[in-house]
Design a protein around this ligand. Sequence first.
Ligand code: GDP
Ligand code: MG
Length: 697
Amino acid sequence: MRENNGGSQEIQVGFVGNPNCGKTTLFNAYTGARLKVANWPGVTVEKKEGAMKYHNHRFRLVDLPGIYSLTSYTMEEKLSRQYIMEEDVDVIVNVVDASNLERNLYLTLQLIELGKPVILALNMMDVVAERGMEIDLHRLPEMLGIPVIPVSARKKTGLDILMHAVAHHRDKKNDEKLEHHHQTAAQSKHIHKHHEEYTVVYSDEIEDRIDEIGAIWQKHYGARKEAVPKTAGLRWISIKLLERDPEILEAYPLAAAELPRESYETRITNEKYDFIEEIVEEVVVNKSSKEEHTDRIDRLLTHPVWGLPAFLGIMALVFFLTFTIGDWLKGYFELALDAFSGGVAAALGFLYAGDILTSLIVDGIIAGVGGILTFLPNIFILFLALAILEDSGYMARVAYVMDGVMGRIGLSGRAFIPMLLGFGCTVPAVMASRALEDPADRRKTILITPFMSCSARLPIYVLFSEIFFARHAMLAAYSMYVIGLVIAILSAFVMRLFQKKRQEHTLLIELPEYKTPNAHTIFIYVWEKVKDYLTKAGTTIFFASVVLWAMLNFGPSGLVEDMSQSFGAMFGRGLAPVLAPAGLGMWQVALAFLSGLAAKEVVVSSFSVLYGIGNINSAAGMAELSGILAASGFTALNAYALMVFCLLYTPCVATLATMRRELNSGKYMAVSLVFQLAVAWLAATLVYQAGRLLGLG
Ligand code: GDP
Ligand code: MG
């Protein structure tokens, strides 16, 4: 509290809450400021201050960045926490979205534990009313032990009462006796009287640990006045020590023997959520039907057992659609390309264009670029499906469902979102890893994301699985996605073994309500991707096709009739022996892989250029390629090894550049490049050799 010149006291009020709960709107309503209000998290990144008067009180209001918890993982959390702990905040106004209590109350419980006066501003009451929900405003403050004021920042209701409460409660600390009937209280053998003292009462074991570590802390630091933070009470410090909070451990070093052997963070978090569930159960009377709808769907989709199979099933459906509908549409694209290619060849003949020019245009450019364009329907459907999954709210659930698996490999479920986006394109996926707080986690995620099969690899699977796996084509292609996922997870697991410091992860992720995807959003998303794909066909792939054509048509002796005398062939022959153990020791394959560095689709266009097949994707083109390959002893097993290699080997140059930028290190990028090559070679070799042993080759 500050003494002001005029004698009247100024009350410092901090607005704290989740992103998007209306803090800024509330702040603006009080101060008349016009701060940017936005409908997504991360908009308020620094604190904003404003002053106001109410009756004879003067208030200094501070709008803080939105946070989900008081851990100090993200920048926003660090800033808010530091502010609350170090500055003279007299009263914390915890703004919550009343229509979404379940998610908002986690932070509330942590704020209460701090031991500062907290007032709950139950915002968005207009939404609550509109949805026909009801909140028991008598029971809620009783269970939380703090004043609860219903407001609507947008409709400007309840604003005066909120400030009235702030003025009245500024001196109330939370250490008065509070009653809370914890479910386990009846059978509790706990001798301490925590149930009468605190709002959130943990299980006996944790309460005992809190007491023990609190006593230890008292012994070391209790006497040192300056060591005691202005705001935080002993209980909060004890809990943070049990959670092995890095900042608190740094401020109050304790001997290793004095600390519990493992962190209690997960258990403490879980028990908080159990209590929140109790509160919501008792306090929210009419859950809105929309929310119930979401709950019902989530009972299956985020189920501890069924959640994962449901996810794999949904992904299988996505690929089923990508193949069936995609292939059906592709048929028409091929007819068009055939006609076009024939027409151009005829026209060039009519114009007496030279053989070389005709070859460049028909065998180089049309075969390369056109071949890639026929995959547009598959790509379109894949992105359409991903867009729908994202916009409907399912993506966030995937992170949640995968958190268990990811935790075991030392990553948070959040790391799965970049990986999932990797099914589309690795470049944005690598950039999406920015959402991860821990730099080591980010690095790990960036290293494994390229194993997720991006859409550029799809044409390779489509082509080879249709030629070699006939009825099982879809299964063969789907297996690539699963292999990629498994290898990514295995790699992370191995990296974890080498990691000295292992940290616990607690996933806090917003699970938005399911909604019908918005047509406009989907359209923009898909259009962006299709445009990227077309641009790539027109630039990178065009260029790569021309270079490849040149490499194949020129040799040391100038223009060559026989392709096997070309520069390209010489180059490929140099690499081929390395690939032989994987059943891929052909110079054409080696050269196709090499050109695939430009973009993975180029592997397919390379095959068309290499074998001079006009429309590689048509039935005739496939038959031709299959005939040529079969003649050199290339079987389904070789094809599968080829698909595995393409799935795993070094990503395209665009990805490498992005990785370099995001990792901020050429060294890590080089490490990842070598790592990916090694993994691809090993996996393809394993597939081929194992297949041979089983007599498949
Ligand atoms: P902040 O992230 O907590 O600062 O939240 P904002 O103040 O930026 O608000 C997020 C969104 O919620 C904006 O679209 C606001 O217009 C909206 N909003 C805020 N308060 C209310 C309210 O009381 N009722 C309704 N219906 N919407 C609100
Ligand atoms: Mg804001």
